[in-house]
Design a protein around this ligand. Structure first.
Ligand SMILES: Cc1cc2nc3c(=O)[nH]c(=O)nc-3n(C[C@H](O)[C@H](O)[C@H](O)COP(=O)(O)O)c2cc1C
Length: 142
């Protein structure tokens, strides 16, 4: 059974480049073997991540991520059964949304800042979906 988890969090410390590189390296190493796909977006110190895959695999990965000290204020926005993946093309795509995507942020938010803590889960997912549709994003599955 396929499941999608959408959550938001805040980086524990201002994000250094190396932190994201390390997270993406771990994702690329671990996710394919567990059938996990998804997208990690960040802007300044806010993260939004979509994780898709089997329910047990998604749950296990989410618990591991939630305990990661590199971020805090981890908040589940939605956890739902799905018929099909939306992010099946990415082992874990990664997008830095800071400032350059102001128009995209404004389309789904009251201002041009990524703040998934005040957006609805539906709007946040729509935003991530749009990023995936129009961005050039690394870590494709194929
Ligand atoms: C915002 C964020 C997103 C993460 N996403 C993933 C992910 O998609 N896949 C993954 O395996 N680890 C991810 N991690 C890292 C995990 O928390 C954990 O450190 C890692 O899975 C441990 O893997 P390892 O034992 O192979 O080093 C993420 C961490 C953070 C802070």
């Amino acid at each position: 059974m396929l499941t999608r988890c959408l959550y938001a969090s805040r980086a524990s410390k201002p994000l250094a480049d190396g932190v994201l590189d390390a997270i993406m390296k771990q994702s690329r190493k671990n996710n394919p073997g567990h059938g996990i796909t998804g997208m990690l977006c960040h802007a300044n110190d806010v993260f939004v991540q979509v994780i898709e895959g089997g329910r047990s695999e998604v749950s296990r990965l989410f618990c591991r991520i939630a305990a990661d000290e590199r971020h805090r204020d981890v908040e589940i926005l939605s956890f739902e059964e799905i018929i099909e993946r939306r992010f099946g093309n990415w082992t874990m795509g990664h997008v830095n949304l800071a400032s350059s995507n102001a128009a995209l942020l404004l389309r789904f938010s009251e201002n041009a800042e990524l703040n998934p803590f005040v957006l609805s889960a539906a709007a946040t997912l729509a935003l991530v979906n749009e990023i995936a549709a129009c961005g050039s994003i690394g870590n494709r599955t194929a």
